[in-house]
Design a protein. Structure first.
Length: 269
């Protein structure tokens, strides 16, 4: 679940790019970092290990809207791909709100893809997180190479959760931002008390994202997801019913329009 920082009036969402070594995780983050204007992102931090790296930076997305004055800030991380750095993987994965699994489409990398996604499941289990529930999307990278596995073969081996998947050639930027938009569209939990969605709305174009109304009515936020409560006192904040005209459950997708209506409180429980 995303973290709320009241003093900075920000909603923080940690997104971790996971997958086998040399699959394209670093390439994704570097492309995003280089394409986003400096004023909308933090510094790119690299933790180098022998033959591998962990990258992370903050991203304040353009046109992603606000929750009654709360800015959305994404924290993007990669994990080391090599198996010997599994302890580092677990550390980076801690507190993740969503996961992008970057698979290498090359025929000879399938076993490593399968091993890595099993490792992701095991590491989530170490934190008591159900792999079936954490928001996740798949990216099938290196679609420009040959020979590569078909989408059907990749789905059969990796997509047993029937997740949204994206084809990509990250080195050229193809599929990088659609993948990022895809994961940010599902990091808001839909099973919280007071949270509901309305019926699907008509799409604007053949390839447009699904669109629904998101309703927040007397939503309860766990205390461990609240930061900077003054003197430990409960905090009530009117947020209102909000209609999101963009991708489903979207706190981070381009061209988001927000219309506040009758206010309802968020209660700290």
């Amino acid at each position: 679940m995303a973290t709320i920082k009241f003093t900075q009036r920000e909603l923080l969402c940690k997104i971790v790019y996971y997958g086998p070594g040399l699959g394209g995780k670093t390439t994704n983050l570097q492309y995003i970092f280089n394409k986003v204007p400096e004023k909308y992102r933090g510094n790119l931090t690299s933790v180098d290990t022998k033959g591998d790296r962990t990258l992370f930076f903050d991203l304040l997305p353009l046109d992603y809207g606000k929750f009654r004055g709360f800015s959305v800030r994404l924290q993007l991380y990669t994990v080391p791909g090599q198996v010997i750095y599994n302890a580092s993987r677990r550390i980076v994965l801690k507190g993740a709100d969503g996961v992008v699994f970057v698979a290498d489409s090359q025929v000879g990398r399938m076993d490593e893809n399968v091993s890595s996604i099993k490792n992701l499941r095991d590491n989530l289990h170490e934190y008591g997180i159900d792999w079936e529930k954490i928001p996740t999307v798949l990216q099938y990278n290196k679609r420009d190479l040959s020979p590569i596995c078909s989408i059907e073969e990749l789905n059969q081996a990796l997509n047993f959760r029937r997740l949204k998947c994206f084809e990509a050639t990250a080195v050229e930027g193809e599929g990088v931002f659609p993948t990022l938009k895809g994961i940010t569209a599902v990091v808001v939990p839909t099973n919280s008390e007071g949270f509901s969605t309305g019926p699907p709305l008509p799409k604007m174009g053949h390839r447009a994202s699904n669109t629904v109304m998101l309703r927040l009515d007397n939503v309860r936020v766990p205390k461990d997801h609240i930061i900077d409560l003054l003197h430990g006192a409960p905090f009530l904040h009117p947020i209102g019913n909000i209609q999101f005209l963009g991708a489903p459950l979207n706190i981070g997708v381009i061209s988001l329009s927000v219309y506040p209506a009758r206010p309802h409180p968020i209660r700290v429980t």
